[in-house]
Design a protein around this ligand. Structure first.
Ligand SMILES: C[S@@+](CC[C@H](N)C(=O)[O-])C[C@H]1O[C@@H](n2cnc3c(N)ncnc32)[C@H](O)[C@@H]1O
Length: 259
């Protein structure tokens, strides 16, 4: 497992306060539905890469009717939280939460109909290897549907982006849309589609910054601690400019493995 825990209980509690129960990425259930727009999920076997505290996997089972979901993550606290959520929702027969090592997916070839991921591949530096692994575990005709945080270009990050990434202090490894597309196509995927979500998240992130630093701040200090909230205000203050410039550009990525 990953030695450094980035998503501990405190961060999970804060992110869920911001983004909703079981969500460690923006947009909640509506954004997951948009990622899955036009993708067949009913009666399909799904792998959720970087499941976090589990709400996406639960939505895939409860709302979309997936037949089975293997939800993997590399950090123990999120897996514990996800497991609790799966049990509380009575979904243990359909959703299995697995703590895995970073790297090759520990699954046989052609096991899944759908590879799903929400804002987790940013933590995986080797997009080319990830694309090959996603292709390998998919059945012929299977789909890839993900959201991820991208950088708009392949040059050195701007000084604003460097400042933002430093403030995050996470192991973010952002790739450009061009690199992503090439990695998917080289792995064998067809119908590769990238949808830029920058204008949506630019607006949402500004509201998130207002929420963090507005009149709820003292309540947030009490709930999550002053240090954590001040840190997040700093992160969001540095994220908003790189969203506004378009350099930080979350995308939806969809692709198909040929029959
Ligand atoms: C921003 S959170 C998103 C969680 C969830 N998908 C959601 O939208 O709520 C990113 C997650 O990716 C996980 N992660 C990081 N590196 C990973 C890897 N190599 N394989 C799978 N998951 C990973 C983290 O532990 C974290 O739970």
């Amino acid at each position: 497992m990953s030695d450094d825990v980035h998503y501990d209980e405190k961060i999970i509690a804060f992110l869920e306060d911001l983004w909703g129960d079981g969500f460690l990425s923006p947009g909640g259930a509506d954004e997951v539905r948009r990622v899955l727009d036009g993708v067949a999920v009913y009666n399909k076997s799904v792998i959720d890469i970087g499941c976090g505290s589990g709400a996406c996997a639960i939505l895939l089972a409860q709302e979309c009717g997936a037949s089975s979901i293997v939800a993997i993550d590399v950090e123990s606290p999120v897996c514990k939280a996800a497991n609790k959520r799966v049990i509380a929702n009575g979904l243990s027969d359909k959703v299995s939460i697995q703590l895995v090592e970073p790297g090759p997916l520990p699954f046989a070839d052609e096991m899944f109909d759908l590879v799903f991921s929400k804002d987790s591949i940013i933590h995986i530096p080797d997009k080319e290897a990830l694309a090959l692994e996603a292709y390998r575990v998919l059945k012929p005709g299977g789909c890839f549907a993900a959201s991820d945080w991208l950088i708009s270009h392949d040059n050195s990050p701007s000084s604003e982006m460097v400042e933002y990434l430093k403030a995050e202090g996470l192991d973010f490894a952002m790739a450009s849309p061009a690199r992503y597309e090439k990695a998917m196509k080289n792995a064998g995927f067809v119908d590769v589609e990238l949808v830029n979500r920058n204008s949506w998240y630019s607006q949402v992130a500004l509201k998130e910054l207002e929420w963090l630093s507005g009149n709820k701040k003292s309540e947030l200090y009490q709930k999550h601690g002053k240090e954590l909230i001040d840190h997040q205000i700093n992160v969001w203050s540095k994220m908003v400019p790189v969203l506004n410039s378009g350099e930080h550009c979350p995308h939806h990525i969809r692709a198909k493995k040929p029959e």
